[in-house]
Design a protein around this ligand. Structure first.
Ligand code: NAD
Ligand code: GLY
Length: 356
């Protein structure tokens, strides 16, 4: 088993091993004081893994209630959040009990935010079942729900008490969702360069990555650990994790979340890197390496929207402050910088990046 310890304000371990889902019960029972949990999942993941998770918890002597909501970003909202809290109350969850988030980033973000606020904060356990949640969303304590006017607009920093990642659950993930996670893995490769970039190159595509999945997840989590430990509350270096997000996120919103998160990030990275090369910030060979990786993983290298469509959405991005946004700009593999950019200037960046 691979273990990555995260030394945040509330420290915890990320455990990664095939088959670990069946150890959920004993692992949760080992966390002091937890007698009862609310197991939270979406309908798809619950049908696949809900019973196994609940059986493991019950066999370890933990009482289990469940809250299941429809899958998809559209349900990461205040209404479902309210229903989850009501369910926790009627289930008799106390301050020493916990929520368990079984699912992708939507389940994790919603459950984490509910845990951050229920009875002024209780513990929660992340059991990621998408690649994206395994390498990114389940680690680092960002929790949130969306408002009709914007994504992740209400949230809290609240670290999980444990992350239990069983890569076997990824076997049922639709290929498009697996590739979405690959987009975030490629982002880490560009951010960190070095070993992860070499691993990705050696994988040659999704099949190779699947064959080395535990190692790839662990390397990504170790990288995320370093950013989280250095800047838990996202005021400095953690911002670099937003590489590809400013443009990608706007496209995701415009598509009504039909574009996957990792697919949009992949296209966003390609656009910002293309523009960075044109403007003399980035080495041309870095763009070439990024584009060949995106191609190997069947990920998009351009955004399906024009600059004029993307800009109004970027203005509403929660990371925009005082008319500026911190654009994350690659210079080379393993070297990225933050460039505070006036929002109107982004039009030029988008055009240089190929989004006419
Ligand atoms: P998701 O949770 O919507 O999961 C994608 C789809 O896959 C869903 O339909 C789900 O039901 C299905 N699914 C999940 N696991 C499955 C499995 N093992 N087998 C079959 N189907 C499965 O999406 P996601 O990509 O995991 O997460 C995206 C969300 O994560 C967004 O809301 C984003 O804002 C958030 N996010 C959060 C952070 C963070 O740091 N908190 C980081 C990145 C993304
Ligand atoms: N996913 C970006 C972060 O956790 O900071």
């Amino acid at each position: 088993m691979k273990t990555v310890h995260i030394d945040a304000s509330a420290p915890y371990d990320v455990l990664i091993e095939s088959g670990l889902l069946d150890e959920l019960g004993p692992r949760v029972a080992a966390i002091s004081g937890i007698r009862k949990v609310l197991l939270v999942s979406d309908d798809t993941v619950n049908a696949l893994y809900g019973n196994r998770a609940a059986d493991s918890l019950r066999q370890a002597g933990i009482s289990v209630d469940t809250f299941v909501f429809p899958h998809g970003e559209a349900f990461k909202n205040l209404e479902v959040y309210g229903e989850l809290l009501e369910k926790a109350l009627t289930a008799g969850i106390t301050r020493t009990d916990a929520f368990v988030a079984l699912g992708g980033g939507v389940v994790g973000d919603l459950t984490g935010f509910a845990a951050a606020t229920f009875k002024r904060g209780i513990r929660f356990i992340q059991v990621p079942t998408t690649l994206l949640a395994s390498v990114d969303a389940s680690v680092g304590g960002k929790t949130a729900v969306d408002l009709p006017g914007g994504k992740n607009q209400v949230g809290a920093f609240h670290q999980p008490a444990l992350v239990l990642c069983d890569p076997c659950t990824l076997e049922t993930l639709p290929e498009e969702q697996f590739l979405s996670g690959c987009g975030e893995v490629i982002k880490y490769g560009l951010l960190a360069g070095g070993e992860l970039f070499e691993i990705l190159k050696a994988c040659e595509g999704p099949a190779g990555l699947k064959a080395d999945i535990e190692n790839v997840i662990a390397r990504c989590v170790e990288l995320k650990r370093d950013y989280v430990q250095a800047d838990e509350f996202d005021t400095g270096v953690r911002m670099l994790l937003n590489l590809g997000h400013t443009f990608g996120h706007a496209a995701e919103v415009l598509s009504g979340y039909k574009l996957t998160h990792g697919g949009a990030v992949a296209a966003g990275m390609a656009v910002v890197t293309r523009a960075a090369v044109k403007r003399g910030y980035c080495r041309p060979e870095t763009l070439g390496q990024l584009l060949s990786q995106l191609e190997r993983f069947d990920l998009p290298a351009s955004l399906p929207y024009r600059a004029a469509e993307l800009l109004p959405v970027i203005r509403g991005d929660k990371k925009a402050a005082g008319g500026n946004i911190n654009l994350i700009v690659p210079e080379a593999q393993g070297r990225v910088r933050v460039l505070s950019t006036a929002i109107p200037e982004l039009e030029g960046w988008l055009r240089d990046g190929g989004a006419e």
